[in-house]
Design a protein around this ligand. Structure first.
Ligand SMILES: Nc1ncnc2c1ncn2[C@@H]1O[C@H](COP(=O)(O)OP(=O)(O)OP(=O)(O)O)[C@@H](O)[C@H]1O
Ligand SMILES: [Mg+2]
Length: 381
């Protein structure tokens, strides 16, 4: 791992020294992997799912008890792309020059593989050619069987798993489930942020993956753990951040991991030996100004009703009854039916999310900075 200039990472994973808490979640995942229990890892965007998987893999790799394969399905649009990504991820763990890598390449030969290496990261990229659609299924089966035959148990993380629902092939879910079920040497982590899509997949009795995994809902890092981490990162570099400044950061970002990291990263980049509350306020304001153009673009991309509803929810922070008459009147939102439509569209776009407890459903904005920016906007009612 290269030298890290700023300890508050905004992407990637650089080892446990830059990773805050998640002890319980990591221990739980490790236990599940050890006992052959597949997991669905769920959270809203940017809460830390990928980071947690990487942290888990770092620990498992160090213990050398498991082989860990990470596949990011975010950009994939078909079964063929899933197969290519899985093949690339396997090749990354079993490089071409090693005997298992050679064995793996041999297996790919039947599918005319073209292998290239990413110019920036050096990660292998595989492109297989299929003459008949059925060959995609065969190749997927072969890749999974190859992993199943490894001497150590294999953990396969399929990040952004909800993507498979949008593939043009309609049977991917059933196919994967059928292939995976008998493979005792594999454990899976299915991860994603589109909760209702994933929940449908894993909790509906009519779906192939029904009740096959243990769900893990990832929430914010606890207050105490995050503030200790932030102060430690500054003091390690012989710098200070005052308690009230840390409190403000955690409160302003609602401990939503990416946004907390982004503010801390910005604060760390200031040439100051001590950070106080005024510095934090100024940095937060500066960040919002930087994003302003993007937010104005959002306004152009959404309908008037959606934009107004987003503003209304941001102004309230959390809304439990978005179709209540008082809320509609206060923010000039029109009819309950149009608000319902807007809610659905904004949830689809992952701009809003629903926090469901046993007795309430609360709506909030997914993007913490957008929420803070909208709070300060005045709109005529
Ligand atoms: N425990 C942690 N300690 C410090 N930084 C973290 C931690 N977890 C995640 N991060 C950082 O927070 C940001 C968001 O994390 P990550 O990408 O893992 O979220 P995600 O839930 O996978 O997001 P998405 O839904 O967009 O894929 C990243 O910058 C990551 O480096
Ligand atoms: Mg992620």
């Amino acid at each position: 791992m290269g030298k890290v200039e700023n300890p508050f990472l905004l992407k990637g994973y650089a080892g446990p020294g830059y990773f805050c808490d998640r002890q319980e979640e990591t221990a739980l995942l490790e236990r599940h992997m050890r006992h052959g229990q597949d997991v669905t890892l769920l959270s809203i965007r940017r809460m830390g799912k990928t980071g947690l998987i990487q942290h888990l893999f770092y620990r498992l790799n160090r213990k050398k008890e498991f082989t860990c394969i990470y596949v990011d399905l975010y950009a994939s649009q078909s079964l063929q792309e899933l197969v290519n990504l899985l093949a690339g991820a396997i090749l990354q763990v079993f490089p071409e020059k090693q005997s298992l890598g050679k064995k793996f390449l041999n297996l790919l030969k039947g599918f005319n593989p073209v292998i290239s290496y990413d110019m920036l990261t050096g990660a292998p990229e595989v492109s297989l050619t299929f003459n008949r659609p059925q060959q995609q299924e065969y190749s997927l089966r072969d890749l999974l069987f190859f992993l199943n035959e490894q001497p150590k148990p294999v953990v396969v993380a399929l990040d952004e798993f909800q993507q498979i629902v949008s593939y043009p092939e309609k049977n991917v879910e059933a196919l994967l489930r059928t292939l995976i079920q008998p493979l005792g040497n594999l454990r899976f982590i299915f991860s994603g942020s589109r909760r209702h899509v994933l929940q449908q997949m894993f909790s509906s009795a009519r779906r192939p993956f029904f009740a096959s995994t243990s769900p893990l809902h990832l929430g914010p890092i606890p207050d105490k753990a995050y503030s200790t981490f932030i102060k430690k990162m500054f003091s390690k570099h012989e710098r200070q951040i005052r308690d009230e400044a840390v409190e403000f950061v955690l409160d302003w970002t609602c401990r939503h991991t990416y946004y907390t990291q982004a503010v801390c990263n910005r604060l760390f980049s200031l040439p100051l030996s001590e950070i106080n509350l005024a510095d934090v306020r100024q940095a937060c304001y500066g960040l919002l100004l930087e994003y302003e153009d993007t937010y104005l673009q959002y306004r152009n991309l959404l309908t008037k009703g959606q934009w107004r509803l987003l503003w209304a929810i941001a102004s309230e922070h959390t809304v439990t009854q978005p179709t209540a008459g008082s809320f509609l009147r206060q923010y000039g939102l029109g009819s309950p039916a149009s608000v319902k439509r807007s809610l659905q569209a904004l949830e689809e776009k992952e701009m809003l999310y629903r926090e469901v407890t046993s007795d309430t459903t609360a709506y909030r904005l997914t993007d913490c900075f957008l929420a803070r920016w909208l709070e300060h906007i005045r709109m005529p009612v």
